[in-house]
Design a binder for this molecule. Sequence first.
Ligand code: SF4
Length: 308
Amino acid sequence: MRLAPSNTDAELARRFRTRIAVHIRRHAETLDTDARQRLLAQFTPDARELESVAGFDDDPLHEEDADIHPFADVIHKYRAKILYLATDECPVYCRYCTRKRKTLLSNGHAATPLAAIVAYLRAHTEVCEVIFSGGDPLMLPARDLFHRAGEFASVASIRFIRLHSRAVTTAPQLLNERWFNACREFQKAHATIQLALVLHVNTAAELSFEAIQKIKLLKEMNISLYAQSVLLAGINDNAAILSELCVQLVRHGVQPYYLHQLDRVTGSAHFEVPDANARGIYNELKNLIPAYMLPRFVRDSKQGKFSM
Ligand code: SF4
């Protein structure tokens, strides 16, 4: 049974959180109609999210399974790295978010004491990298973010700290002077730790002037910059759009890293590009850009990433 429009809006609002950062709203107004729609549709509630589709659920990667989930906010899926879910907050809520159970469906979660995670890292010396994700770690106050990073960096086996963030393009003002000062202090105190930041970005139109300025500053700080994107129907399921994204990223010093096939999370079926079409688009992309600009096209799973 389909709900009447007003009931649909109420049900969407009841089920999923919505947030579209002011920067994105303003930036969208500067784009042509097509680019604006492709940008805003990623964050705008849609009645199709209420459809229940077989094979789609709240935890498509089984991250809540106890064998890879030592704490409420830590996932230890790969031997050498842990994913630290530092917050449930984001500047935007992507309607296809893999971790929708923590973001669009969040009621907040109690943070695990840092000391417990540090003790876990000391006991698991095979772990050399901590990835801050969430939610978006740039939503944390800068001092808090780098304090936590410093605690993890103090473990002898940790060599890399990585931030997964959508904020560089959706809320670049979060990367303010305070943020860069806190980052500089962290780098001074932990000179042997390599910092990396992986931008989540799906179209070149998301690279606003402000975002590009912040990318330049991050580069000047010797932070390794990578990008990951999700292949989304109606947004970037087109080799020309993807090639423009890769070219613009490389032009600004960001290495395209992964292109993800959609994780089958509740309410996102309308974003899915069937595998055969998706492979066709990727093959076309290969012919449009040099190989060093090409992200790896993957599907994620509890067992890890598989090439598509
Ligand atoms: S910014 Fe990332 S964590 Fe936040 S809703 Fe989008 S995909 Fe999910």
